[in-house]
Design a binder for this molecule. Structure first.
Ligand code: AMP
Ligand code: MG
Length: 356
């Protein structure tokens, strides 16, 4: 357990972050404290990435397994050359195209990066977020900031300060609240120590975008799998842990749209018949089809970015409403759909039903 802390919550303007508030939070970072802050993907829980003791406290506050490495956030490109010993041409290309933005690069770590930050690996994950508050905080702190998502390990990632408060109030020093995040799923993690580069986690930058810039790119089988994949010695240890999980049992129904709706209905009836409180994670196109259960729409199937934005919030809402079981519609896996389906399948512990 980490010791109890007095948590200060500061509302910050997401376009023009107030200097005083940023300075206060930056001071906490410099002293080795913990600050939750918004990025364009989800809220992060930050500490000085180069201070082992500070980073250790991130793991303790989140109850995160110590071998699950943490992404290092930078505000300037120069820092990449201090944190990594090798920066291949593809990495430079990706930085030019996608930074600041939701793309994390895995590179060979330099000796200034504590091994606790890399979860004991000899690689480091680096990204430059596209959010004024995040960039201002990193800049003012004068150090790269290690930050995993600001939730208790295993829970859905926080897309609003309220989610951070639910999970971490009293366990961290500061929460910077700049409203809901824009993208709603985490960054894409791409490993550049491999040739061709390999996507370890799909996220805010899509496979299609990466392919158009790099030509060749692979997706790690675990990132698109419909079942638990045992990967070689923890390439991306995060892949092996239970993730994003609501408290309720969760099922994902995959297949053609009409078949999905039919199957969701059938399952909902069955579970309601057994006396359970059922939540249905629907889409705008199907919302009115279900006349039973607690039905919430993730957004329109023709706008996967709206779905990405809503997903984690809705999973938490079902928990707050005491739903026993969540039945979720599967989605197409193009564009942001790949990241959304990766999160949904994990949230469901790979409890997937094929609708025919
Ligand atoms: P989080 O920020 O909590 O959403 O998770 C960060 C993700 O990046 C996890 O899946 C980590 O396993 C992954 N990651 C961080 N550092 C590395 C690294 N050096 N090598 C491979 N994966 C990493
Ligand atoms: Mg996380």
């Amino acid at each position: 357990m980490s010791e109890a802390r007095r948590t200060i919550i500061l509302k910050v303007d997401c376009e023009k972050p107030e200097r005083k508030k940023i300075e206060l939070a930056a001071d906490v970072i410099r002293r080795g404290g913990l600050v939750a802050f918004p990025t364009e993907t989800v809220y992060g829980l930050g500490a000085n990435a180069l201070n082992s003791e500070a980073v250790r406290n991130i793991y303790l506050a989140k109850m995160r397994p110590m071998d699950n490495p943490i992404i290092v956030h930078v505000a300037r490109r120069e820092d990449v050359y201090r944190l990594a010993i090798e920066v291949p041409e593809e990495a430079e290309k990706l930085m030019r195209y996608f930074w600041p933005g939701p793309l994390t690069l895995i590179l060979k770590a330099s000796e200034i990066v504590p091994r606790i930050t890399t979860g004991g690996l000899d690689t480091v994950a680096i990204r430059m977020p596209r959010h004024k508050v995040a960039l201002a905080l990193i800049e003012a702190s004068g150090t790269p900031i290690a930050a995993p998502s600001a939730n208790l390990a295993g829970r859905p990632s926080p897309t609003m300060a309220e989610h951070v408060i639910q999970d971490l109030y009293g366990r961290i020093d500061v929460i910077l609240d700049a409203g809901p995040t824009n993208i709603g799923v985490e960054s894409t993690v791409i490993d550049l120590t491999f040739n061709p580069p390999q996507i370890l986690r799909p996220g805010g930058v899509t496979y299609e975008e990466l392919k158009s810039v790099l030509g060749k790119v692979r997706v790690h089988p675990a990132a698109v799998s419909k079942s638990e994949v045992h990967i070689e010695k923890a390439r991306s240890p995060g892949l092996k842990y239970r993730h994003y999980a609501p408290k309720a049992e969760t099922i994902v129904v995959e297949g053609e749209f009409d078949a999905i709706v039919k199957k969701v209905m059938e399952l909902a009836r069955k579970h309601i018949g057994e006396g359970k409180r059922v939540g249905i994670l629907a889409t705008d196109e199907s919302l009115r089809e279900y006349g039973l259960g607690v039905v919430k729409s993730m957004g329109s199937r023709s706008d996967l970015s709206s779905i990405a934005k809503n997903l984690f919030k809705l999973l938490r809402e079902f928990d707050d409403e005491g739903v026993d079981i969540i039945i979720a519609e599967g989605l197409p896996q193009d564009g942001l759909g790949l990241a959304v389906m990766n999160r949904l399948r994990k949230a469901a512990g790979y409890n997937i039903i094929e609708a025919k």
